[in-house]
Design a protein around this ligand. Structure first.
Ligand code: ATP
Ligand code: ZN
Ligand code: MG
Length: 512
């Protein structure tokens, strides 16, 4: 790595009669602090003119110029402050040349797109890749740009983007862990189509469905099975998680790194004032159309979006706190509302919807406790799917979401412990084709998230040792899709254990 920065320090007064060179010569130790001997930053050139000190600072990997310059700022302020009452007012870097080595050669050049990022547009003079070397030339960087470590983050981003290029197209990691025996299926029809015909469900566009009494009874039976066979025996307490997830949450959970194309955004009005909305109201009254073009300018920027994953909105409850040992492992769940994802138009069956219902269980504790809870949960699931719903399903060890969003696909788990990471639960959908060739449906998952959330939300344990967490999202629409695809709509063919819990057939709504 090679860094070279030309910068100017604007002082609060002219530096007449002060020997800056002499002072800067004393900064050697300061610019090498924290680096192997002699490997820190160095001042290659210096010049004073009026109230400005011009410096050229160079470094290798350690004490990069954008860090060194702030050390110098403090140093100069200290030495000039006492005696001469002079401080450093502002820092600006006119040129910053950066060269660093990459692990892998980029497969395609993205320097142009990089230069169109608004934040970088005015500052990127050039960016080139030569084999495994990246060279960047930036200009006119403000003190804020340097101070906020944008430079280091840009380097990480470039490395991430190149890694992602190499992963692109490679299949996600997928490793079979367990599979049920083959089951005899009731039919091989698409249950969404059949349920629509039977008036059990109705599509409202945008991947949203109305579930009629019969479909709802099935969903509610699933829910009661989850309560009786999983939530209660595993000792989870019910909570109500908010369904508006603000940016602060997604920044801490990591979702802010990737989900923009899938968010249902949430915006507040600019004001509640009735007069402000009068033109909208009047236009609607005259035209009978809601004037979206007017509304667009009357709402604020989004505060976040509707629940995407479900557990992030819980974590502010623990944010910055230390959990007492007696509360560990902490086990809570939420079933208080829908999640929404923009699955990009197209009419899908009920297995891929924009608005879905999910029961989300979250647990946290010391690593051993987190492993134990997941094990218990997997056992409960096995009992539910094998003994009650009689499903054909399997479990696979897959790339966890927090790796996938960084463009990674592999889960190296040479230890065979399958510890931190995600288990996907997949079901066979006979209408999609053969067991071997068709795509199975991920109907839920269970993750051990390691310290991903506890770190992100700064949650501590009483012992002060590592705290982990896990979560499992039970997708109700996907259970329904699975169950009806395998068992059909004819109750006679439904498993006895399920029927036992189903109760009376609800009254249907008849149409003329
Ligand atoms: P897929 O790959 O099928 O899109 P995903 O990896 O996006 O699924 P996760 O982010 O792991 O899904 O979400 C956890 C659970 O939430 C899923 O197992 C599923 O039960 C449910 N889920 C996610 N997206 C949808 C959707 N669009 N419709 C219905 N359920 C969903
Ligand atoms: Zn979760
Ligand atoms: Mg998805």
């Amino acid at each position: 790595m090679k860094f070279s920065m030309d910068c100017e320090l604007t002082m609060s007064k002219k530096l007449e009669g002060i020997n800056i060179e002499l002072l800067l010569n004393k900064s050697f130790d300061l610019l090498n602090k924290g680096a192997p001997p002699g490997a820190g930053a160095s001042i290659k050139k210096s010049r004073v003119s009026g109230d400005k000190v011009f410096l050229t600072i160079e470094s290798g990997r350690f004490v990069r110029p954008h860090d060194a310059v702030f050390r110098l700022k403090n140093f100069l302020s200290q030495h000039l402050g006492k005696e001469h009452h002079i401080g450093v007012k502002e820092i600006n870097a006119s040129h910053y040349e950066i060269e660093f080595e990459l692990d892998k050669e980029p497969l395609k050049d993205f320097s142009l797109t990089f230069q169109t990022i608004p934040l970088l547009k005015e500052h990127m003079r050039s960016m080139d890749f030569k084999e495994k070397t990246c060279h960047m030339h930036m200009i006119n960087l403000s003190e804020e740009f340097l101070k906020n470590n944008y430079v280091d983050r840009m380097i990480s981003l470039i490395i991430d983007k190149i890694n992602a290029q190499h992963y692109e197209g490679k299949a996600e990691h997928w490793e079979l862990m367990w599979a049920s025996p083959e089951k005899k299926n009731a039919w091989n029809k698409d249950p969404t189509v059949e349920m629509e015909k039977a008036n059990w469900i109705m599509h409202r566009g945008r991947g949203q469905w109305i579930f009629g009494p019969m479909a709802t009874r099935i969903l509610k039976t699933f829910e009661s099975i989850v309560m009786e066979e999983l939530v209660t025996p595993a000792g989870f307490s019910e909570m109500v998680f908010p369904k508006a997830e603000t940016w602060d949450i997604w920044k801490k959970s990591g979702h802010a790194k990737s989900i923009y194309g899938e968010i249902y955004y949430l915006c507040q009005p600019k004001t509640r004032d009735k007069e402000y909305w009068e033109d909208v109201i009047d236009t609607y009254k005259i035209t009978g159309e809601v004037p979206l073009h007017l509304i667009k300018d009357k709402i604020k920027e989004p505060i976040g979006g509707i629940t995407y994953a479900q557990c992030p909105a819980f974590w502010p409850f623990l944010d910055g706190r230390t959990i007492a040992d007696e509360s560990l492992p902490l086990k809570v769940f939420d079933r208080s509302g829908t999640s929404m994802r923009y699955e990009s138009g197209g009419i899908h069956g009920i297995e891929r919807v924009d608005e879905f219902h999910r029961i989300e269980l979250v647990w946290s504790g010391y690593p051993e406790q987190v492993r134990e809870v997941r094990k218990k949960i997997v056992d409960c699931y096995k009992h539910i799917f094998n003994d009650i719903l009689d499903l054909e399903w399997r479990m696979a060890w897959v790339t966890p979401w927090f790796m996938a969003q960084e463009g990674l696909v592999g889960v190296k788990d040479e230890s065979e412990k399958r510890d931190i990471g995600t288990i996907d639960f997949e079901s066979y959908l006979p209408y999609r084709g053969t067991r071997k060739e068709s795509e199975w449906l991920e109907f839920q998952n269970a993750s051990n998230n390691g310290d991903k959330y506890t770190k992100g939300f700064n949650v501590k344990s009483q012992k002060g040792t590592e705290l982990w967490s896990g979560c499992t999202g039970i997708g109700m629409e996907r259970w329904l899709a699975t169950f009806t695809a395998q068992k059909g709509l004819d109750m006679e063919k439904w498993p006895k254990e399920f029927l036992k819990r189903f109760g009376e057939i609800p009254t249907e709504i008849k149409f003329l």
